[in-house]
Design a binder for this molecule. Structure first.
Ligand code: ACO
Length: 165
């Protein structure tokens, strides 16, 4: 399995993977907008035949509020946001999601000077919570009640980033 930066040619495969693995889906316009606006922070995992078996779709955002609680307008710092990540069922527990996350985080920090990364995750998503909290050391910053269409709450999770070079 090979992890590499996503290109526009990968977007159909990423969308197919997302449709298989998650109830939260996005239009092709959203994939295209992100790929063109922030190239280098979205990644794919492909199998030996070049089929996409995992992806991370990431965006950059300006801070509304800093991690230390400083209100908007005082110091604006860019941060990354993981819109979506998934790995096909038969390729799970091989370290692919962790690799996708780490590569995206490094690009967010090194290329776009992101000082932290955020994401939303269902409170009931044990696998994803294991990945974010236990494997990557994200912390829960907030709870957004009824964030998902079916009424489930989301944890808002965050991790500080440092440029590597
Ligand atoms: N239970 C507990 N911990 C887990 C699990 C699990 N099922 N899966 C991963 N982890 C943790 C473990 O600490 C694991 O390390 P270990 O295997 O050495 O114990 C670590 O995360 C790294 O695991 P990976 O192998 O990198 O994770 P994987 O490639 O299997 O993908 C993912 C994890 C993306 C959550 C996968 O299960 C999946 O695609 N689920 C469905 C889609 C989904 O829920 N996506 C996240 C939604 S939130 C969002 O998109 C922002």
């Amino acid at each position: 399995m090979h992890v590499r930066a996503a290109t526009v040619d990968d977007l159909v495969g990423m969308q197919a993977c997302n449709l298989h693995n998650l109830p939260e889906n996005y239009t092709m316009k959203f994939y295209l907008y992100n790929a063109l606006t922030w190239p280098s922070i979205s990644y794919v995992a492909e199998d030996h035949k070049g089929r996409i078996v995992g992806y991370i779709l990431a965006t950059m955002e300006d801070a509304e509020e800093q991690p230390d609680g400083t209100p908007a307008g005082t110091k604006q710092k860019p941060h990354g946001h993981v819109a979506s990540i998934s790995v096909s069922r038969s390729y799970r527990r091989l370290g692919l999601a962790k690799k996708l996350m780490v590569q995206s985080q490094e690009a967010m920090a090194n290329i776009y000077h992101a000082s932290y990364v955020t994401l939303h995750v269902r409170k009931s998503n044990r696998a994803a919570l294991g990945l974010y909290r236990d494997a990557l050391a994200f912390t829960v910053k907030d709870i957004e009640h009824k964030y998902y269409a079916d009424g489930e709450d989301a944890y808002v999770m965050q991790l500080s980033l440092k440029p590597q070079h």
